[in-house]
Design a protein around this ligand. Sequence first.
Ligand code: HEM
Length: 173
Amino acid sequence: MKLSYLWRGLPGHPIHPPLTDATIGAYTFATAAAFAEVVGITEDSGAYGWWIALIFGLIVTGPTAVTGLLDWLSIERGTELWKTATSHMIAMLSATVFFALAAIFGHDKYTQGDVSSGAFILTLIGFGLLTLGGWLGGAIVYVHGMRVLNLVKEPTERAVSPVPHPEKEIAEG
Ligand code: HEM
């Protein structure tokens, strides 16, 4: 057992990916709610949903970014994997900035049940960067194979159990 399992997760069960689901889900809902408000599908509720989802997204971005950073630190600098992961980091941190700006500049209108056009544009830019970052995150895992064990014949009871599996250190290669 390694102490780092506490913040990086177990081999085969890293912590960053499940946290990204919550973060991306919150920002995606925020964008959909803002769209519903702006095009008039909702009267006020879209604005409330948008702002609350943005705040939730910004809160879960904290642990999501920290766990991603801890995995990123394990990658050898200058490798192709490092370049992809660094692009992913830049895209995700930029998306976070745009969502935070949308929450700050959209706050006044949100209290009146509206999404201002400026805040909506900031949300859309954030969502575009989030999509780009998600694509790059997928490349880290599904192209470079970071933290993937690929133990096709592993018995199910072992595959799903919280035991450390051997993790190939391809991440550093
Ligand atoms: C809003 C914040 C972030 C989101 C939503 C996010 C999202 C993602 C997604 C979707 C993946 C692919 C996971 C999969 O499909 O299984 C991923 C992987 C990864 N991300 Fe992030 N990411 C964020 C922040 C960061 C940051 C700040 C860093 C680095 C400093 C980082 C480093 C990594 C690394 C190294 C991986 C490879 C898989 C792993 O480590 O578990 N991420 N991320």
